[in-house]
Design a protein around this ligand. Sequence first.
Ligand code: ADP
Ligand code: MG
Ligand code: MG
Length: 902
Amino acid sequence: MTSQETVDHKYVYDFAEGNRDLKDLLGGKGANLAEMTNLGLPVPPGFTITTEACQAYLATGREPDGLAGQIEAHLESLERGMGRRLGDPHDPLLVSVRSGAKFSMPGMMETVLNVGLNDRSVVGLAARAGGNERFAWDSYRRLIQMFGKTVCEVPGEEFEHALDEAKRARGTTSDLDLDADDLRGLVDAYKKIFLKHTGRDFPQEPREQLDLAIRAVFESWNAERAVLYRRQERIPADLGTAVNVVAMVFGNLGPDSGTGVAFTRDPASGAQGIYGDYLANAQGEDVVAGIRNTVPLQDLERLDKRSYDELLDIMARLEGHYQDLCDIEFTIERGKLWMLQTRVGKRTAAAAFVIAGQLVDEGLIDLDEALHRVNGAQLAQLMFPRFRLDHDFEPVARGVGASPGAASGKVVFTSARAVELAAEGEAVILVRRETNPDDLNGMIAARGILTSRGGKTSHAAVVARGMGKTCVSGADEIDVNVPAKRFTVAGQTVHEGDVVSIDGTTGKVYLGEVPVTPSEVVRYFEGTLDPHEADDALVGAVHRIMTHADAARRLAVRANADTGADAARARRFGAQGIGLCRTEHMFLGDRRELVERLILARTDTERTDALAALLPLQRDDFVEIFREMDGLPVTVRLIDPPLHEFLPPLEQLAVDVAVAQERGEDVAKEEALLAAVRRMHEENPMLGLRGVRLGLVIPGLFAMQVRAIAEAAVRVTREGGSACPEIMVPLVGAVQELETVRAEAEKIIAEVVGDSGVEVLIGTMIEVPRAALTAGQIAEAAQFFSFGTNDLTQMGWGFSRDDVEGAFFWRYLELGIFGISPFESIDRDGVGRLVRIAAEEGRAARPGLKLGVCGEHGGDPESVHFFHSVGLDYVSCSPFRVPVARLEAGRAAVETVGSDSR
Ligand code: ADP
Ligand code: MG
Ligand code: MG
């Protein structure tokens, strides 16, 4: 910039010059003060210094050229308008200096009131207030206190201590009982504190006060707590804050003055009606500081009916104008109402749905807009049961809130015990150091899962989230002793059968049973609560908005489900089919023994026998699933994981064999198993013998599965149902792999299906980067693609999913290499690009190619929007996430490109 441009650059806006669309430049507070000013509402005059000025200050450490002059000019016009001058000893203008960023950061930054008071103007202020000396000295002591604390980092306790001292001397607990002399004395005490900590006298020059306060607000952008808050809320670090300079109005002028906050509806429940607090004879910060007890806003009607009516009127106008719930800060000065702030108010998840529904009823917004105003994260929150912590329960430990919800139950330490007790109707919490695939049945049986190790992407966390099951992981104060069936925490021992409660939202662990309430929203989705009969505004609103989302969305939503029970649940939650049915889960439990026989087979006959024994079991599983999904597509993935996952771990087996040999027992079978485990050991199993490679190497394995699928489909169709199987080959990287599998499969299908009318599609997962890059070739052999975005992310980044999160993701997040784990939300630029390429080239080669996604990302709101934009046909996610995906797919369809979804 040349110096001429710098001088010309506009850094200061009068309230009359701004509007609510200028939040980037004026911050939320400034933009809305301008909006209210232009609506003709009673806002004290003032001006806003832009976020650009703040950015320039933070970059260079000094105010940008031209800023001082513009402030001077705006101050002069403010003084003219008010008929008072800053620091005038006879009739001073006072101002507040208030922070206000684009996104509200409650309590994070600073505000200084009563700027412009000094030893002389305090006398003028008293005279102007009809000789109210008490008021003037009260205002002055507040300035020194706020200025000292905010601008000069004087410890706040020192001022509070002095205030307490003054009250004690007067024999009172209320600051209202302090008279003018007491407060004059307090000002002296405050000045001494100020001098002691800053080495200088409290600045008497009003313009110096103003400039220092503005600078302090700029700098508060980088205060530690603000930095932490931004990181947590994912607010960009370079926005900066605006500064609002506002003529003071006084709520502390006497009993006919006061200050308050209000909401146009209940921000907790969404219920209509005004909510708020009022405090007579007080200045703004007293309300939040809790110095005195506020009264409900409704009491204002009795205290000052005229102001109350005007306030209600303004609130109704604001709601009509913003077409949303607003929150408001106001002050009454001797019976005159002043608006000091408004914004579209924060609200709970429940209130978001209820209010969106009400606004539609009131004709303020349409259903598209209502859909836009809620989101999947809120819906997910509403689906979890909650603890009622109305009694005082103290947590004994705290881990990672890995999968939300609230669960109580008897502690068990093994999967088998969990299944046993659950079968008896007991609620159980499975407690492990960490879980592994063997714990799956126990995890399914348990109400919740508690581990002492692992973070948000540990096995326990990922699987629990997928199932919609409550999980606290990595509660490392807990010392788990599985063989002894107990854990210790905080000096206490918890045995199998003792009851604990875990909160998967906060990560807190409690001993004993904390009562819970089930989610009405889930009861509605499950069909046990009729939205029209439910005397519940929330369920009605959810029903309405979900219905609209379903009508609006272009993406279909399927579920990942491996059992008939899961399939049934998914269907109740609105799934339009199964996008991923994992067959390996059908190899666990008591079938493990058959798998061992398969792996240990030395001859063709032994192997064929083992496969033949597995066939009817698999077929029965598929029959159950096809029945539940009658008429809807079911994508079955052929076996995917490395086979040694079905065998016992090497170390354990080696020890067992050694011990048995020692005892002289017959260990021929165990030795064979051990040899097999050794033979199959892989350094990088995720890149080893798995997926399609198994099918190409182990004769008859895929054939058995294909036969089981086809036979099941034929059976269900003969029963009068309609089965629509889609066979999916995992881990394909080259079209030749798929062609080989497909040729064999088609022969079997033709043989089994005959003239039954069953149609079986054959397609592939796209989860190896090479598959994405050769999608045009692969599409020649595939009737559908399903993107396996977990593996695609793993192989795209070269991240071992099981290892990286605990090892170094924290550092990547800290450095901003990514804002969120790419396993949680799809990395649009890299992995997403692979998806886009494969979708485009696949469809170019085979028009109408069916495209879906079956990774965990299918239930992640951000990712759903991405898949919509790429033009996929469906997403598939865990049953519990299906409503979330439906909602987000609807939102994606109604949202205009580039709209701010925050
Ligand atoms: P926050 O962003 O923390 O809410 P504000 O800048 O809104 O901080 O200031 C806090 C309170 O100070 C306001 O709610 C209001 O009561 C009071 N306040 C701010 N400016 C003025 C003013 N010009 N006149 C009277 N009170 C004010
Ligand atoms: Mg405020
Ligand atoms: Mg995979």
